[in-house]
Design a protein around this ligand. Structure first.
Ligand code: GLU
Length: 509
């Protein structure tokens, strides 16, 4: 039997990073079993539908490289894969259940339901209360027919009979038991003719021949109704295996990670940035924060799964080979942003300079910096070992593209000495004619010059660095000069000296 799994997001807003983890685990499972990874868009809830959310899902999956084999935008023989295009199918199946005596029409108006809730604070429409409500189980058949003929609004509800044990063999959690007496008669088809999540989900999993349902833990309680639906349809033999993934917890390990946490802690919890209707609905994405998609996948893979051993950096191929649901943990996984950054750093180091240059090109362009790839490659080579995020290349390394914005005054106080002025001027003069203009020649020539003038390298180099980049951090001074070129370097030395002198004056006691 071919393994068929699905990722079934609802386009109700930006897809949370947990959604990408769900997609990843489905993808890994499918690839490992030479199976099929389906993308189904569950867009039947028109109230919660958000324009642009479906495009976001597709773009996010494309960015991380989890490409479905079938589904919206990918074709396949079990379509359509967008639930809003399958309305007639759900309508038919809901009515089939009525025929089979497993579901019923309910005509209760919103006012009647409100009144019932008023009478009973914990009102649930179930095997017990339905006896007192207006539905096809309590009304005369002729009355029901009349109402239907006259187009009276109705919903279709699942007829849950009490006293049944519902056993779910979860591949991660083991056996989970539910009691049918505790379940309500879920609405399957709404008054507007649209299915609810439960009906559409089960009908589609069945029709799309899904063999394994791998989804977030928040769906575990719904599984009880899902099992009842498989029984009601007589599809028990085709019921998929279930695997409910652990929650992703806040960094402090308490409670579920929410979209607001990203704003609160200042890190992304979405794959891509999202522009919502209001400023509070604008969220930063991992992509825009400067992450490589491979690093995000590696980080997400280990949020709840580990194959054992010490290894933490895995290629997608290794993950496909090693993944197993047995090694997914039952308990929640703490979202550790520092760990995400650690992965990114590792992946940046492992990426070749040409690729990195291409990746930072749009970032440089946005800032109005030069964008020629040979230059960007040299920037990458200098900064690669010092950055964590792709954005760091143009943020931290801004001085490789534009003049120094701020100088580290404290360092200047410590290092500057007016006696160094002639040395800096001599260096500026020397490099104007230096050939070839590379780091090795520069180093030899500048060191020789300092020796001639009986100056210490350890005194001059820090101040040279401060003049060039404004800070004590950064790549080698000689590499930096080689990159900036003679004109820009002499200009920076001139400006640096002017600044140091002014700094010195303003600090005279
Ligand atoms: N549409 C549901 C969601 O948004 C799918 C849950 C499931 O996988 O069954 O997550």
């Amino acid at each position: 039997m071919t393994v068929r799994v699905r990722f079934a997001p609802s386009p109700t807003g930006a897809l949370h990073i947990g959604g990408i983890r769900t997609a990843l685990y489905n993808y890994l499972y499918a690839r490992q079993h030479k199976g099929v990874f389906v993308l189904r868009i569950e867009d039947t809830d028109q109230v919660r539908y958000v324009p642009g959310a479906e495009e976001y899902i597709l773009e996010a999956l494309a960015w991380v490289g989890l490409i479905p084999d079938e589904g919206v935008g990918f074709g396949g023989s079990y379509g359509p894969y967008r639930q809003s295009e399958r309305k007639a199918i759900y309508y038919k199946y809901a009515h089939d259940l009525i025929e089979r005596g497993k579901a019923y029409y309910a005509f209760d108006t919103p006012e009647e339901l409100d009144a019932a809730r008023e009478r009973e604070p914990n009102f649930a429409y179930n095997y017990w209360t339905r006896e007192r409500m207006r539905n096809s189980l309590t009304m005369k058949p002729s009355e029901v027919e009349n109402l239907l003929r006259n187009g009276a609004p109705y919903v279709i509800r699942l007829r849950v009979e009490p006293g049944q044990d519902i056993l779910v063999h979860d591949l991660i959690r083991g056996e989970v038991v539910f009691q049918s007496s505790e379940l309500d008669d879920k609405v399957l088809l709404k008054a507007d003719g649209m299915p609810t999540y439960h009906l559409a989900n089960i009908v589609d999993d069945y029709l799309m021949r899904i063999t394994h349902v791998i989804r977030g833990e928040e769906w575990l309680p719904s599984t009880a109704h899902h099992v009842l639906l498989y029984r009601a349809f007589g599809w028990e033999a085709h019921m998929p295996r279930f695997a409910h993934l652990p929650l992703i917890l806040r960094p402090e390990g308490q409670g579920k990670l929410s979209k607001r946490d990203g704003v609160r802690f200042g890190f992304p919890v979405f794959p891509l940035s999202w522009k919502g209707a209001t400023p509070e609905e604008n969220f930063l994405g991992f992509r825009e924060a400067g992450f490589l998609p491979q690093a995000v996948l590696n980080f997400l893979a280990l949020l709840g799964w580990h194959p054992g051993g010490e290894q933490e950096v895995f290629t997608l191929e290794e993950m496909v080979n090693l993944f197993s649901l047995e090694h997914v943990s039952k308990s929640g996984a703490r979202f550790d942003y520092d760990k995400a950054k650690w992965f990114n750093q590792r992946y940046i180091l492992a990426t070749d300079n040409t690729t990195l240059a291409q990746l930072i090109r749009p970032l440089a362009e946005k800032k109005g910096y030069r964008t020629d790839l040979p230059y960007l490659e040299r920037v990458v080579a200098l900064m690669k070992e010092r950055v964590t995020l792709l954005t760091d290349f143009v943020e931290e390394g801004y001085y490789l593209f534009e003049p120094v914005r701020t100088y580290d005054d404290e360092a200047i106080q410590k290092r500057w000495n007016p006696a160094l002025k002639p040395a800096l001027e001599a260096i500026a003069e020397r490099i104007l004619t230096l050939q070839p203009f590379d780091a090795v020649t520069l180093e030899a020539s500048i060191k020789a010059l300092l020796q001639e003038q009986q100056l210490k390298v350890g005194e001059v180099l820090p101040i040279l660095r401060l003049a060039l980049v404004g800070t004590m951090k950064g790549p080698s001074v000689f590499d930096t000069i080689a990159l900036l070129g003679p004109t820009e370097t002499t200009e920076r030395l001139r400006r640096g000296v002017a600044y140091f002198l002014q700094c010195q004056r303003s600090h005279v006691p």
